[in-house]
Design a protein around this ligand. Structure first.
Ligand SMILES: [Zn+2]
Length: 302
């Protein structure tokens, strides 16, 4: 696989501005926990928190750009179950894998159902759900400690959570929507990595990927009740709109889950990009009223 050379160097941070349709601009990093973009044929969003581990682990999140799909799936749709031409999806995977300096044959897909089943995968699982049939079903979290196994999870507003243990050399990737957040899939991932790989929570380097922000995420009483049950009546993650609706900060809730599991606060990268605020750049279920493709989070040990 030919390596795509980024047009800019990794240390020349490119920051995406929130709420702006003009997409990209070059700028100074703002604070400690930023995302930035690496450019190849397919641009990829990276977390600055993983930059020190550039030679050890790949962690990336896709945008809509760089693929061949059309209309509401334009252009880098990575789902074969949202009405896209299968050849388009295959070509999108080829491009995405090339940009990540891996191959579709190395990728392993989750099968997300908003629950908390986590599966440890191995070299023998490579290609499952991407280039061949998969027995990985109803699974929202993946882990591995094998090099060259590329974990994939899928998004269009829900929260991606990345885990890297640089001491024991293991990774994890989980899908945390509001249900998965209330059920604490992030905390379960930490405990699973402790069990499987001997990880210590305080060694884990985590990142919360691009996903819906509080300003965009209105929820009803039914969801709010469950958030309050988990995080307390006065939780800062909910803002009451006084009309039976609330605004939910899922990023903050997932961060609290990670902290409660023992992850160090300075080892949690936060997102500075909202899918719903940036519908031209990222697929958003809310912004598109369901007419959208899938983005992917990817992680692979080098
Ligand atoms: Zn937003």
């Amino acid at each position: 696989m030919q390596m795509i050379k980024p047009k800019i160097k990794l240390n020349e941070w490119t920051v995406l501005k929130n709420n702006e349709d003009s997409l990209l601009y070059l700028g100074e990093p703002r604070g400690e926990k930023e995302t930035y973009i690496t450019y190849g044929r397919v641009p990829l969003i990276r977390h600055r928190i993983y930059a020190p581990y550039e030679g050890e682990v790949k962690a990336a999140f896709t945008t809509r750009m760089g693929g061949v799909s059309r209309e509401h799936l334009a252009s880098l749709n990575l789902s074969s179950s949202r009405g896209d031409d299968i050849e388009n999806v295959r070509e999108n995977y080829r491009r995405f894998a090339e940009a990540l300096d891996t191959s579709p044959e190395n990728m392993v897909s989750s099968d997300q159902v908003h629950e908390t089943t986590i599966r440890r995968v191995y070299g023998e699982d490579k290609g499952k759900g991407i280039v061949r049939e998969s027995d990985i079903t109803q699974t929202d979290g993946l882990t591995t400690n094998e090099r060259g196994v590329c974990l994939l999870t899928f998004y269009a507003d829900c929260v991606p959570v990345f885990f890297y243990d640089p001491v024991n050399r293991a990774i994890g990737l989980a899908h945390s929507g509001w249900r998965g957040t209330v059920a604490d899939i992030a905390g379960k991932m930490v405990r699973r990595m402790e069990d499987e790989y001997g990880s210590n929570a305080y060694d884990l380097v985590c990142a919360i990927g691009p996903s819906i922000c509080r300003a965009c995420y209105e929820i009803g009483e039914d969801v709010a009740v469950q958030i309050k049950e988990r995080y307390g009546e006065d939780t800062e993650h909910l803002r009451d709109k006084l009309d039976g609706k609330y605004m939910l900060d899922l990023h903050g809730a997932v961060r609290e889950n990670l902290l409660n599991a023992g992850v160090s606060p300075d080892k949690i990268g936060m997102p500075d990009l909202c899918t719903c605020c940036n519908p031209a750049l990222l697929f958003s279920h809310r912004a598109s009223k369901g007419q959208r493709g899938n983005l992917a989070g990817a992680m692979e040990l080098i």
